[in-house]
Design a protein around this ligand. Structure first.
Ligand SMILES: [Zn+2]
Length: 386
C-alpha cells in the first residue's frame, strides 16, 4: 500500500466531514428559522383573547407538523452514521499502513535478563535520562555500573556548558587528555582554544589575546601552521570582528558543532561508541523489520521462523550500521575468523580456508570451485585480509 492511498482516504474523510457539517448546519438553521417564524407570528397575534389563543395554537400545530416532516433528529443521525462509516474506513486504512503486528517477527531468544536490564539502564544514562535510569535500576533490581552514570553525567555537564558558550570545562578536559587526543588525530583542543581566543578578541582586549595566543595557540603552530597564522592575524581585528575576513571563526553554529565533536571524542577516549549500543541495535532492527515481516507472510508455518538459523537472503543495512567487513563462507555458511580466513581461489571466487581444505581432502588433490567449472589447488589460493 502506498502513502497516496492513506492520503486519498484522509482526503475523503475531510470532504465527507465538510459535507456532513454543512448539511447539519443547514438543517439546524432551517429548524431555527421555522421556530423564529412561529415566535414572531405568535408575538404578532399577542396572547390576549380566545381568537389569539386559537391562532397561536394553530401556529404551534403547524410548526409541529413541519418539524415532523423534516425529522431533523433522523437526518442528523444519518449524517453522523455516514461520517462514522468513512472514519471507520480511514482508521482501518491507517492501521493497515502504519500499525503492523510486529510480534509476528518475534523469536524466542535466550537472553540474560540482568544483562538486558543493564543495557537499558546504560542506554538511559547515555541519553542523559539519569533520574529515569536510577528509577529503572531500582525497579528492575539490576546492577548498572555507577561509573557509567558518572561518566555520562560528566560528559553532559561539559557538553551543556559548551552549548551555553562556556568552553572552560571542555578545555580543561581536553588539556588533561592532550596526548590521547593527538594520538587519535583530533585537534579538538586547538578548536576549543580558538573559540575561547575569538571570545577574547570580541571583547577587544588585544594584550590579553596576545598572551592567550602565546600560551595556548603557539604549541599548535608547528602542526597547524595555517590555522595558527590566521588566528595570529586576527588580533589586528580585536574589538571590531565584524570586519574580520575569517568569517568561519564567527559562525553561530561553531559552539554546537564543537559540543558534538567533544561528545564524540569523550566517548572515544572512554572506550564507548559515540552512539549507544542499544539505540544502534534498535535502529538497525527497525530498518530490517519490514523485510522480516514480509518474510513472515510467505512462511507457511511459524515454527519455520523459530527453527531458522539464518534469514534465507542477505539483509543489507545502511552505511551507518556497517562497522567492518564480514566474510561468511558461502559453503560452510560460517563467519570467517583468524583460524578460518577467507581464501581467494584462482578463478576469483572466495571460500573459507576450511572449505578449501575439505574440498581438497586436506590439500591432497585439486578441487573444483563450487561456483564455476575451474579447478584449483590449495597452494594457488591466497588468503584475504579483511
Ligand atoms: Zn570459481
Amino acid at each position: 500500500m502506498e502513502i497516496k492511498t492513506v492520503k486519498d482516504a484522509f482526503d475523503h474523510v475531510v470532504k465527507k466531514q465538510k459535507l456532513t457539517s454543512s448539511k447539519a448546519i443547514d438543517l439546524v438553521n432551517h429548524v431555527g428559522k421555522e421556530i423564529e417564524q412561529a415566535i414572531s407570528a405568535i408575538q404578532e397575534n399577542g396572547t390576549d383573547g380566545d381568537v389569539a389563543s386559537k391562532l397561536n395554537h394553530e401556529i404551534l400545530l403547524n410548526l409541529k407538523k413541519k418539524l415532523k416532516e423534516m425529522v431533523p433528529v433522523k437526518q442528523l443521525e444519518s449524517c453522523q452514521k455516514e461520517m462514522n462509516t468513512v472514519i471507520g474506513k480511514w482508521v482501518k486504512t491507517t492501521d493497515k499502513f502504519f500499525i503492523e503486528d510486529i510480534s509476528k517477527a518475534y523469536r524466542n531468544v535466550d537472553m540474560e535478563p540482568h544483562l538486558l536490564s543493564e543495557l537499558i539502564a546504560n542506554h538511559l544514562y547515555r541519553e542523559a535520562l539519569f533520574d529515569i535510569g536510577d528509577k529503572f535500576i531500582g525497579e528492575a533490581s539490576c546492577q548498572a555500573s555507577i561509573e557509567m552514570k558518572q561518566l555520562f553525567q560528566m560528559m553532559y555537564e561539559i557538553h551543556g556548558a559548551l552549548r551555553a558558550g562556556k568552553p572552560e570545562p571542555a578545555l580543561s578536559w581536553a588539556m588533561n587528555n592532550h596526548d590521547a587526543l593527538l594520538q587519535n588525530g583530533s585537534y579538538l583542543e586547538l578548536k576549543l582554544h580558538r573559540i575561547k581566543f575569538v571570545e577574547i578578541l570580541k571583547e577587544g582586549n588585544r594584550d590579553e589575546a596576545l598572551l592567550y595566543a602565546r600560551a595556548y595557540l603557539t604549541p599548535f603552530a608547528p602542526i597547524h601552521k595555517d590555522e595558527f597564522q590566521r588566528l595570529s592575524a586576527s588580533i589586528i581585528w580585536a574589538g571590531r570582528l565584524d570586519q574580520l575576513p575569517y568569517t568561519d571563526f564567527l559562525l553561530p553554529t561553531n559552539w554546537e558543532k564543537l559540543a558534538e565533536e567533544f561528545a564524540q571524542q569523550f566517548c572515544n577516549l572512554k572506550g564507548q561508541s559515540s552512539t549507544g549500543p542499544m539505540g544502534m541495535t534498535v535502529a538497525a532492527g527497525g530498518q530490517v523489520l519490514p523485510i522480516i515481516l514480509k518474510l513472515m507472510t510467505v512462511l507457511t508455518a511459524k515454527r519455520e521462523w523459530h527453527s531458522m538459523k539464518q534469514v534465507p537472503f542477505p539483509l543489507d543495512l545502511h552505511k551507518e550500521f556497517q562497522f567492518h567487513s564480514v566474510f561468511v563462507c558461502p559453503v560452510l555458511r560460517e563467519q570467517g575468523s583468524d583460524d578460518n580466513p577467507p581464501m581467494l581461489l584462482p578463478c576469483g571466487h572466495v571460500l573459507s580456508k576450511q572449505s578449501t581444505m575439505k574440498l581438497s581432502k586436506n590439500s591432497s588433490r585439486s578441487f573444483k570451485c563450487p561456483y564455476c567449472p575451474l579447478e584449483a589447488l590449495t597452494s594457488e589460493c591466497k588468503q584475504l585480509h579483511i
